[in-house]
Design a protein around this ligand. Structure first.
Ligand code: NAD
Length: 275
């Protein structure tokens, strides 16, 4: 399958090039980054020390939209929103890893998925997606008898908080417990907060150094607590998952999917909040 990488010069973009080259079922067919980048015109293989591949990094997605079966986009929300439109017009499938999309951008994504196949997941690691499933079980068993806190840590360059994965974990738990995350989420605490309300779901964010991505969901009861933790040690976990999603998406004519669909884990309450 021919794969195009958008945001090819970025931290994830380079991993995605490597993962595409490493997978025997995928071929790198296009690479795009932001106009004005010093890396436009460079051979994509040279970005990952793989020598020349004959695929240069371009700055115009529309110009190469027909060259790949599936594009993988790990950029910034504003760019992703434009890329969704370009892919819709070109009829190209799209795997989106960008986090921090606002409601309007998610609505555009939903609309475009009526015409083309889109996979949108806040986290493409297989381990994290397994955790989403474990969280459903934990929340269903522990119910309203526990305080639930979600703690996440990422590198100092991350520009959004809490992480898309932490929010998704919150949604999975809230959905299982019949709560609306928009109403029950508490983002950080300071000063005289008063006693904790058990119906709330708390989020704490840590930013520092080169932490790839740690997430813990804490279920704290009287006398015991359960913690479900995932730690990513390399971005390659996300890149491999995104390439797996691209291969899976190749068989879908249209629709909005997430990594739970790709892994066959989608159940009653699974499915990204954009749906
Ligand atoms: P990064 O800043 O290293 O890379 C982003 C790249 O996008 C840069 O090369 C930048 O030049 C490029 N870009 C910006 N605007 C563009 C445009 N208009 N057209 C084309 N390219 C453009 O960031 P990163 O660490 O690689 O993360 C990128 C995104 O992926 C973030 O939103 C991050 O949160 C997300 N992410 C998601 C997952 C997941 O599994 N879903 C995992 C890791 C990171």
């Amino acid at each position: 399958m021919k794969v195009g990488i958008i945001g090819a010069a970025g931290r994830m973009g380079r991993m995605l090039i490597e993962a595409t080259l490493a997978n025997p079922e995928t071929e790198l067919a296009a690479a795009v980054d932001v106009p004005g980048s010093s890396l436009i015109g460079v051979d994509a293989g040279e970005l990952v020390g793989a020598g020349k591949l004959g695929v240069t990094v371009g700055d115009d997605l529309a110009a190469v939209a027909g060259q790949a079966d599936v594009f993988i986009d790990f950029t910034v929300p504003e760019a992703t929103a434009r890329n969704i439109e370009t892919c819709r017009q070109a009829g190209s499938r799209l795997v989106i890893g960008t986090t921090g999309l606002n409601d309007e951008q998610k609505a555009r994504l939903r609309a475009a998925s009526e015409e083309v196949a889109i996979c949108f997941a806040p986290n493409y690691s297989v381990g994290v997606n397994l955790c989403f499933k474990l969280l459903e079980t934990a929340a269903a068993v522990l119910g309203d008898d526990v305080d639930i806190e979600i703690i996440e840590a990422h590198h100092r360059h991350k520009i959004d908080a809490p992480s898309g994965t932490a929010l998704r974990m919150g949604e999975v738990v809230a959905q299982t417990l019949g709560r609306d995350l928009n109403e029950c989420a508490v983002y950080g605490r300071e000063g005289r907060t008063g006693e904790r309300d058990r119906q709330t779901i708390g989020f704490e964010t840590i930013r520092g150094g080169d932490i790839v991505g740690d997430h813990t969901v804490l279920f704290a009861a009287e006398g015991e607590r359960v913690e479900i933790t995932h730690k990513a040690s390399s971005r390659m976990a996300f890149a491999r998952g995104a390439v797996r999603a691209a291969l899976w998406l190749g068989a879908q004519p249209k629709g909005l999917f997430d990594m739970q669909d790709v892994l066959g884990l989608a159940g009653e309450s699974a499915g990204w909040g954009a749906r």
